[in-house]
Write a new protein. Structure first.
Length: 94
């Protein structure tokens, strides 16, 4: 009877182990099946991240320009304005 009990517990542990790995296997299979969609989505995510970085760069140059205008720094003012105008022009071409 003791060996029967040990065998039963071992079988239950194997069933629990298999059932715990089942969601992992299903998820992995689904992600491999949907790989073509993820390539499209990754391009969209990269484009939106790139746009966000461009927007932050233009904001940074604009802030430098406004700071230079407030403090009457002619050199910094012209550099900030040139950089921001160049960036805006290059982004409008996209």
């Amino acid at each position: 009877m003791d060996t029967k009990k040990k065998k039963s517990i071992a079988q239950k542990n194997i069933i629990i182990l298999v059932l715990s790995f089942l969601p992992f296997i299903v998820g992995l299979s689904y992600s491999l099946y949907k790989k073509s969609d993820s390539i499209y989505l990754s391009k969209a995510i990269n484009m939106s991240g790139s746009q966000r970085m461009r927007t932050m760069l233009i904001a940074n140059y604009s802030q430098q320009y406004l700071y230079a205008t407030d403090n009457k720094c002619n050199f910094s003012k012209s550099v900030g304005k040139v950089h921001s105008n160049r960036r805006i022009a290059s982004y409008e071409n996209l």
